[in-house]
Design a protein around this ligand. Sequence first.
Ligand code: XMP
Length: 511
Amino acid sequence: MKNELILILDFGGQYNQLIARRVRECNVYSEVVPYSISIEKIKEKNPKGIIFTGGPASVYGKDAPVCDKEIFNLGIPILGICYGMQLMTNILGGIVAKANKREYGTTDVSINNSSLLLQGFGKTNGFLMSHTDFVETVPEGFKNIGSTSSCPNAAMENETKKLYGIQFHPEVNNSVNGIQLIKNFLFNICNCSGDWVISSFTQETIQKLKNKIGNKKALCALSGGVDSSVAAVLLSKAIGKNLTCIFVDHGLLRKNEGDEVEKIFKEQFDINLIRVNAKERFLSKLAGVTDPEKKRKIIGEEFIRVFEEEAKKIGTVDFLVQGTIYPDVIESGLGKASVIKSHHNVGGLPDYVDFKEIVEPLRDLFKDEVRLTGLELGIPENLVYRQPFPGPGLAIRIIGEITDDKLTILKEADSIFREEIANSGLHKSINQYFAVLTNLKSVGVMGDERTYDYTIALRAVETTDFMTGIWSKIPYEILEKVSSRIVNEVKYVNRVVYDITSKPPATIEWE
Ligand code: XMP
């Protein structure tokens, strides 16, 4: 499965995971590792090629991240991107200088050579530039292969040693020939064959799980989300009835969602599924709680307690299944970014469940690959392509105290919004959209009566990484229809507003 590997050395750039995904989109398996990885470890992993990511540092900075210099003597092709190129230059004896002004945005790069890296490109190509430092003089043995009006060495190569540097970012969508450049590196320079495909991953994983687990028992906590669902189906294909899934329904899922999950698992996949309807229990723990972080903590804790209680009834199991995916396990080269919200994903590790080992069948996959695996396994498309849904569910979309009545209001309003977005076809371009029950009541008039009811806020964002995003410009007619349906069909709502804030400065969820 991993016989062809591209190693991505992380120097803290914001696009590090994107580079790994792009490589995998070209059917070559890739792993992100900290820049400080040892030479022994690299040799052990035996990659076909190495990519250095960009990063916020300057090579002359006091704490600039530096990899082991021996890496350039391994005979493995290396592509340095942005900071990665500057680092390569600095270590190999070239000169990195500071520009007066930052170069940012899609910029024309003139190609000066018929390099293997730039094969198939025209004379000029738009690539995303985002840098202040630049390579003033390329190291000995290198030659210039590209430039922009303000960056003399936008690309360089040492063809004999298979070392390449580019100042721009091929991994982002705004770089038109970006994916071609990555392909050129993988196939022309690293001689990859591109045989990494999800279908073989799926079959190999099922076989591996069979070999590992055999006739022993495994237990899986189902949250209803995509990751744990795909992990559970993989396991069930491998060990059938020796897998038991516990679906803790905290009552904070969207309208009908719990029933849909149960139906698919029981009817389509014939999985041993225990559904625990724990809504009352969660609501009583949440009574009177208004602080968003407290809500998250209570739900995360309670989920684990409920799971443990059920698991105890089953007794000792050999394996506990976790739906961990690759972005959760990537060890950042420069440490973690600051925590804005504690993302309490239900399905965290319980303390008191009696098991011998953890299995994480999706540990190596990105989210889009998890979805492809799900499709490969026959999980219905509407479940596989559900938009992201936070572990604490609707609890963080009800501002202030959570009550059963408020939950009902929100579920109905949210379901109308989602239905109209799906009818309009916009669900393909909007990445996350939902309703929020604000804690605000205002005066309205219905017929001849004065009303004093809740305000629903609609939120819709377009994003690929969910770390930044823009609010979606939904056509007025659709917003009008949603608004009129909500105030007419949902009791206790007399006003609907649309959130027109991007992230940053707002976050996607309201809490
Ligand atoms: P924010 O609100 O931080 O959300 O802009 C970014 C993405 O993360 C999701 N989200 C969560 N997911 N547990 C989760 O599993 C959480 O506690 C949580 N909070 C936010 C959010 O839906 C969006 O996709």
